[in-house]
Design a protein around this ligand. Structure first.
Ligand code: UD1
Length: 441
């Protein structure tokens, strides 16, 4: 794929597109298949790069995958799981953060796991200390070496543990689930993340034979079982992609019917969308997002773990906020460095200042630590075309929205990053009558 997209902006997006399974769920369900003693079947699988990376990693470990790309169904057969060569694993490192979730299943199946250099978006330090501490709690031996992290199961096997997360981390909660389900005894996890994608992973694990209960106070209790079988499951839809298209409709004064969008997972986004002045209609097929005309309104917004306003929704919505009347305040409390994308927006004419202080909300753990994690957006400011380079997945999609909303023709480079999490996004843009085409650098 050519990675420079020429975007003729200033035209409202309108039409309908479909979102399929969630990027933040599908790869994890694929990893869960490793825990079974029979094949699993997963439906609603999108064609995104993170799915490719996890398929390649599973393939290296002997899992036989059959992916019907048109129907979005995948079967995964883990019956010949094997140790993969470290250099092969390494060659896939740096492409995604999912490899770290292979640890628990591989420890159960093979007694050892290896974590290469991890990828994912550059939106903060993204440490893995919670993951390693969690694995140690189960009795795993974690050995950090220059070539990567080697993890082994002790002779007596992994034991259930009492774990308290310092922050409700999505990844560390999944790490705990994927390890605890087959550990010996009971695991109590407090301070857990309870994102809809995690609840769907719990659905998958229950179908496999796991015993998991979730309390209302972020406590998850897992009773380890000796064996799990394959699952048959249809992935929940991608609420981040759905919200991204919703934000695109607002920023371009357009009208997009997002088929597959699921209201219960998007309640907080929808409330905010309405407060900004966006309109939506919900039916059984999806959600129609549109700009109802008139002036958008500024808001104070704080990102948070679920059920709060999701951090991945922040970047696309900020583009719409540049078109709102007055001062909007956005306080990012999940990642310390998620406003890098605003630099290109300033270049396009947006009026955005970033601050180290916790603005407009409750003090967060980044407040005293010198991170530019609050933003003030003053609008409305007309956006003008620019040549910009995509910084990361969500920031990149936001740049694309900005270019679509701006007057004139922009060139957006490094566009490939977006295919990590947005299925067929250029095809969808054409479906929405966007004037975009790939060009030479
Ligand atoms: C997942 C999502 C990502 C989303 C994020 C928060 C996937 C593939 N990605 O990322 O889209 O933005 O949840 O909803 O599902 N942290 C530590 N130590 C750790 C782990 C995390 O300090 O060992 C910190 C992170 O730096 C971050 C915060 O905890 O500041 C939340 O991270 P986490 O919830 O773990 O995010 P991911 O699972 O990586």
């Amino acid at each position: 794929m050519n990675s420079v997209l020429q975007v003729e902006g200033g035209h409202p997006l309108h039409g309908s597109i479909t979102v399929r399974g969630a990027k933040n769920f599908v790869p994890k369900a694929m990893v869960a298949s490793l825990l079974g003693d029979s094949p699993s079947k997963l439906g609603n699988v999108p064609l995104i790069r993170d799915v490719d990376v996890v398929s390649d990693l599973l393939d290296l470990h002997g899992v036989v995958i059959d992916f019907d790309q048109n129907r979005g169904t995948m079967t995964l057969d883990p019956r010949n799981v094997k140790v993969a060569s470290r250099s092969d694993i390494d060659s896939l490192g740096g492409a995604s953060r999912i490899p770290i979730l292979f640890c628990g299943p591989l420890l159960h199946q093979l007694g050892e796991a290896f974590i290469p250099e991890l990828g994912g978006c550059n939106i903060g330090g993204r440490p893995i200390d919670f993951h390693l501490e969690t694995l140690r709690n189960f009795g795993a031996v974690v050995d950090k070496r220059p070539d990567g992290i080697h993890i082994t199961k002790p002779a007596e096997g992994l034991r259930g543990a009492v774990i308290e997360l310092p922050f409700p981390s999505v990844g560390a909660t999944e790490q705990t689930l994927l390890t605890a389900v087959r550990a010996d005894g009971i695991t109590i996890l407090s301070g857990a993340a309870i994102e809809p994608e995690i609840m769907d992973l719990i659905n998958v694990l229950q179908k496999m034979g796991a015993i998991i209960s979730v309390d209302t106070d972020r406590t998850i209790r897992i009773e380890g079982v000796e064996k799990l079988s394959g699952f048959n499951h249809v992935a929940l839809p991608d609420r981040i992609e759905a919200a991204s298209w919703g934000a695109a409709a607002l920023a371009t004064r357009g009208d997009i019917y997002v088929l597959g969008a699921h209201q219960p997972d998007m309640t907080t986004f929808l409330n905010t969308y309405r407060k900004v002045g966006g309109a939506f209609d919900i039916d059984a097929e999806g959600i129609r997002f549109y700009h109802p005309g008139g002036q958008l309104k500024s808001i104070a917004l704080e990102t948070a773990v679920h059920p709060g306003f999701m951090t991945d929704w922040q970047q696309p919505l900020v583009i719409a906020l540049t078109q709102a009347q007055g001062l909007s305040i956005v306080h990012e409390t999940v990642y310390e460095n998620r406003f890098g994308f605003t630099q290109a927006l300033r270049q396009m004419g947006a009026n955005i200042q970033v601050y180290r202080e916790c603005l407009g909300g409750t003090p967060c753990r980044f407040g005293q630590r010198n991170f530019f994690h609050s933003a003030v957006i003053s609008g409305p400011t007309p956006l003008e075309a620019a040549d910009i380079t995509v910084p990361d997945l969500r920031g990149g999609f936001s740049h694309l929205i900005a270019a679509l909303a701006a007057s004139g023709t922009s060139k957006v480079s490094g566009i490939d990053v977006i295919s990590r999490g947005y299925e067929h996004f250029t095809r969808k843009l054409h479906q929405l009558d966007a004037r975009v085409k790939y060009v030479d650098q």
